[in-house]
Design a protein. Structure first.
Length: 367
């Protein structure tokens, strides 16, 4: 194998696929990137056996085609450290790959491409096109509510639902829930629920730009694949049953509070400074026209904020984890937010005025 390539032409796809590669792994070959060099171009592949990323690169010249795996982080660090206008020549010599650029020369150990694992072939059951911006927004609206290393493994991911013309994402960690949906007429008559693992969701959010370029999504029984013009992403799915999120959404809430999002957010940020560092509890006391936000901590310190809101119901005192409330307020980008409440022991439903696709549920705290 031997080819010549511009530094930037190799660096960009290498950065893409490196997100799937674990630096420390029980299988040494999984720390490597697979280079498949042919006269048609170069394909780079990275995997950790759960997700797989494939990106293409265009060489200046392919002298000898071939396939090999090279330590991904070392190759990436070499490319980053070279000047921008560098031209690289990669050449196989025995079991080593020689990377030469100008007067710089690096010898990297390689492993056989024949031992590199590939995700097994599978058939898509539901396929459709969606724009990068739409898919990214659905994930940004909800991903912060995913659990992290929860023993209920099915919560450590994002529910991805195709439901007869609607595309929906849902995440919950048992204390709060985030839901976002959009109309997708081309999926009319199709229904499918899958759970994308946390790492796959974070990688997709890193890779997807916010533009209107269409991408192809294929959902199978145990895998999901996204085909972009720049890369191909595949992921295994979490084998589990996601909780019925519809049962969690509060119904017939009797109290409604409308507030300016930025004012409420700033008040919560200030109150959180003196909240209990472990439990992050704050007390919301609602009276007609205003809400009082109070935080205390074990050092007997206290923060108190009073802001004006639209509220005409009976007085109500309810506690929340201020971190959960702030996550919602930071995600919503509307001027006004509405909190639907029933009593001190019932969940609150939060939504942005003018953003009907996103709903958030926050469980109350006993303070």
């Amino acid at each position: 194998m031997q080819f010549i390539i511009d530094r930037d032409s190799l660096l960009k796809p290498l950065q893409m696929v490196s997100g799937a590669i674990e630096r420390r792994h029980t299988l040494p070959i999984l720390s490597n990137v697979l280079l498949d060099v042919s006269v048609d171009g170069i394909t780079l592949t990275g995997t950790d056996l759960e997700i797989e990323l494939v990106a293409g690169a265009i060489a200046q010249q392919v002298i000898t085609p071939g396939r090999v795996t090279i330590p991904a982080k070392k190759l990436l660090d070499i490319c980053r450290s070279l000047p921008e206008a560098s031209v690289l020549q990669l050449t196989m010599q025995g079991d080593n790959c020689i990377v030469a650029a100008g007067k710089s020369k690096f010898t990297l150990a390689t492993l056989s491409a024949n031992d590199y694992p590939n995700l097994e072939s599978w058939q898509g059951e539901v396929e459709f096109d969606v724009s990068r911006a739409q898919l990214r927004k659905l994930m940004e609206d909800t991903s912060f509510s995913m659990a992290n290393q929860d023993v209920r493994y099915y919560l450590n991911g994002l529910l991805f639902e195709v439901d007869n013309g609607t595309l929906r994402t849902v995440a919950t960690d048992g204390h709060r829930l985030a839901l976002s949906s959009m109309e997708l007429p081309q999926t009319a008559g199709q229904q499918k629920q899958v759970i994308i693992p946390r790492k796959g969701v974070l990688e997709l959010m890193r890779l997807l730009s916010s533009d209107d370029q269409l991408i192809r999504l294929s959902v199978g029984q145990n895998h999901i694949r996204l085909i972009d013009s720049l890369f191909s992403f595949s992921s295994k799915l979490i084998d589990g049953r996601f909780p019925d999120y519809r049962r969690v959404l509060p119904r017939n809430s009797s109290k409604q509070v409308t507030a300016h999002r930025s004012v409420l957010k700033d008040a919560c940020v200030r109150a959180s400074i003196l909240s209990n560092e472990k439990y992050r509890g704050v007390r919301f006391t609602l009276t007609p026209g205003e809400v009082q936000i109070v935080a205390n901590n074990p050092e007997h310190e206290q923060a108190e904020e009073i802001i004006e809101v639209e509220y005409q119901g009976d007085s109500l005192e309810i506690g929340f984890n201020v971190g959960y409330v702030l996550d919602v307020l930071n995600t919503l980008n509307t001027d006004l937010v509405v909190m639907h409440l029933s009593d001190a022991n019932s969940s609150s439903l939060v939504e942005g005025v003018g953003n009907p696709g996103a709903l958030y549920v926050v469980m109350p705290m006993r303070l």
